[in-house]
Structures are given as structure tokens and as C-alpha cells.
Ligand binder design. Structure first.
Ligand SMILES: [Zn+2]
Length: 289
């Protein structure tokens, strides 16, 4: 009986805990604010997905395919893109009504994970994520998409769209998937694509998402140690071996890590790692670092 009561209390606490939005999320004035239609500076349909979940313009993608990440980083396009440092510490956001009004299912789970991600980023760094006002020139926009993806860095104007889909953003083990995408929007690349990653992980040649495994020389690490537990690291079971005999992905390990001890948390999406927090502080909160 005691076990049943404990289980019920645990469930109630769990439901309550995932329902709490960031403190300043709900604001009557903002909720009732009806913004005039604004022409987008970028046509999101013209964007191209690279490295699995990073959107760039067609022009930038052409440079990327021609000369890789280094070519893009060293290009004029990147210089424009790299105005990512210009996000202020206050980054407004809006959430798709489909998520906001969800009362159950995957959409509600994604809504909870957006709240939990923003709350974690707010609580542990100097960044604030208030609800968007009409006058905000730049903001994050969480929408329902065909993948979990976003564009790298700050937009030239308007919304930095973050696409979220159930298979990658719903569920209690994916609480920080929205934070992963927000960190791309803040300018951070994947941890396992660091220039020094071969000292820490060995990637199987047969991995099925090679472009998401390439090393990015231009990726800033701020001399931080390699972080297996970053939410920006892939799981060893992502990009698994595909068998053309059985026409199915096989239960296989894409990464072999030099990590001592358990590697079960490598690629986790449950909480920000200390390294994730430090990375944001180095870029956005130097005065409190
Ligand atoms: Zn990513």
C-alpha cells in the first residue's frame, strides 16, 4: 500500500514539475498582444539542412559542400552568420500554439521539454528567455517540424526557427533536446565534431551519418575538456549500422570512447552538463564567468 501511495505522489510531483514554465513565461499583456505581420528576412524554405540538424542558407550550404566547414567558417557568409555573438543576454521566444494548447500526448511532452530547457538555461546562465513582444527584432520560435533542427547563430532579423518533432523532442529522456537546438542557435556546434575529438572517441567507418561526424576545425572549445556528457554530444547509438540484408538499422555502437567507466550517459539529453553551462558563460556571460 505504501508503495502505491509513494508511486501516486511521485506521479503527481512529476506531472507538476514538468508543467512549471519559466517564471516570466506567462504574461497577460504579452499573451493578448497581436503583432502585425512582419516580412521574414530569410525564407525558411530556402534553408538547407547540414550535419543532421543545422540549417544554413543555400549559399552557405554550397560553400560547405565545396570546401567543408573550414571553408564556410572562413567565408564572408560565415562572418555574417557569425554575428551570433550579438545575441543579447535576453533572448525572447515564442512557442507554436499547437504546443502551447496541447493537453496531452507528444505535443504536451514537447511543450514541457521546451519549458524545462529554457528554465535550465535561465537558471544556470545569465541568459533570460522572456516571451516575445512585437517590438523584439530577434527571437527564437519553437515550431512543429519534420525534424529537430535549427539554423546556426542569430538571425539577420526576425525569428530563429527551432523545429521540433516527437521522435526527437518528446519524452522524459529528451528534456534537453530543445536546449540542444537553442545552443546551436546560440552558435555552438556538436561536441563530437571538435578538432581534437579523435583523441576521445573512435567513430566506426560504417556510421550512417558521416556529415554529422566530420571534424570542424573552426569550432571554438575555449580550452574546455572534451565533454562526453554534453547535450551537444551524440549518443554512441546514433547513426547505427544499416544492414542492406535485413533492410534495418542494427543494434550497434557508432562510437567507441576512451572514457573510463560507464558510457551509458554519453549523448544524454536529460540535463545540461557543467561543460555546457561553462561554454555559454564564456560566450555570453563573461562578466560573471
Ligand atoms: Zn545538433
Amino acid at each position: 500500500m505504501r508503495l502505491i501511495i509513494a508511486f501516486i505522489i511521485c506521479m503527481i510531483v512529476n506531472v507538476i514539475s514538468v508543467e512549471i514554465p519559466p517564471a516570466d513565461y506567462f504574461d497577460e499583456d504579452i499573451e493578448n498582444e497581436s503583432c502585425p505581420e512582419v516580412e521574414r528576412a530569410e525564407d525558411e524554405e530556402d534553408l538547407v539542412l547540414i550535419d543532421g540538424d543545422i540549417l544554413v542558407t543555400k549559399e552557405q550550404a554550397a560553400i560547405y559542400y565545396e570546401s567543408g566547414w573550414d571553408g564556410l567558417v572562413n567565408s564572408q557568409n560565415w562572418m555574417k552568420l557569425n554575428s551570433l555573438n550579438e545575441w543579447s543576454k535576453t533572448i525572447p521566444h515564442e512557442i507554436d500554439q499547437q504546443f502551447v494548447s496541447a493537453t496531452g500526448g507528444d505535443d504536451k511532452s514537447i511543450k514541457s521539454n521546451i519549458f524545462l530547457s529554457l528554465k535550465a538555461l535561465q537558471d544556470k546562465t545569465c541568459l533570460k528567455f522572456p516571451q516575445k513582444r512585437c517590438s523584439d527584432p530577434y527571437y527564437l520560435s519553437f515550431v512543429k517540424g519534420d525534424s529537430c533542427s535549427t539554423y546556426l547563430g542569430k538571425p539577420f532579423a526576425g525569428a530563429r526557427v527551432i523545429n521540433l518533432k516527437a521522435n526527437c523532442a518528446a519524452g522524459t529522456d529528451r528534456k534537453m533536446t530543445p536546449a540542444h537546438e537553442v545552443m546551436h542557435a546560440l552558435g555552438r556546434a556538436h561536441e563530437h565534431q571538435r578538432a581534437d575529438r579523435n583523441r576521445y572517441v573512435t567513430i566506426a567507418y560504417w556510421n550512417t551519418c558521416n556529415s554529422q561526424m566530420t571534424i570542424k576545425e573552426g569550432f571554438r572549445t575555449f580550452n574546455q575538456p572534451y565533454d562526453y556528457y554534453s547535450i551537444m554530444h551524440y549518443s554512441p547509438k546514433q547513426c547505427q549500422y544499416y544492414s542492406y540484408t535485413s533492410l534495418a538499422y542494427q543494434d550497434s555502437m557508432t562510437f567507441t570512447s576512451q572514457l573510463k567507466g560507464s558510457s551509458s550517459d554519453v549523448g544524454q539529453r536529460g540535463s545540461l552538463s557543467p561543460g555546457d553551462i561553462q561554454h555559454i558563460k564564456r560566450v555570453y556571460c563573461p562578466s560573471v564567468y
